[in-house]
Design a protein around this ligand. Structure first.
Ligand SMILES: [Zn+2]
Length: 106
């Protein structure tokens, strides 16, 4: 159970053992994003909550406006995709470096 908490699952635990780990990890990232308070583009306070898909409401200045379905702006999801894309080639590079070292030693 403790390892599950570290893995970034949390709200997704409600699904139990179903649907697969990778899918649930992706889903939890989006759900954390949609549930947290966002920064208001009108008054700059972090008090914007998601009312429904794409509809956001600021508790501070009462502004109701449209945005992305799970986030006010598109930025964060793009950043995550870029990070995961960078991680994979790095892992391959490390493996080849290890293989080269092994060759040099032999
Ligand atoms: Zn506001």
């Amino acid at each position: 159970m403790k390892t599950e908490e570290k893995s970034g699952l949390g709200s997704v635990k409600r699904f139990g053992a179903r649907y697969g780990r990778k899918l649930k990890l992706k889903f939890s990232k989006i759900e954390i994003e949609q549930r947290k308070l966002h920064k208001c583009p009108y008054c700059n306070k972090t008090a914007v909550k998601r009312m429904a898909v794409g509809i956001w409401n600021c508790k501070k200045c009462n502004a109701k406006f449209t945005g992305k379905a799970y986030s006010i702006s598109k930025k964060i999801i793009i950043k995550e995709i870029a990070e995961t894309a960078q991680e994979e080639p790095l892992a391959i590079k490390e493996e080849t470096e290890e293989a080269n070292q092994a060759l040099e030693e032999a």
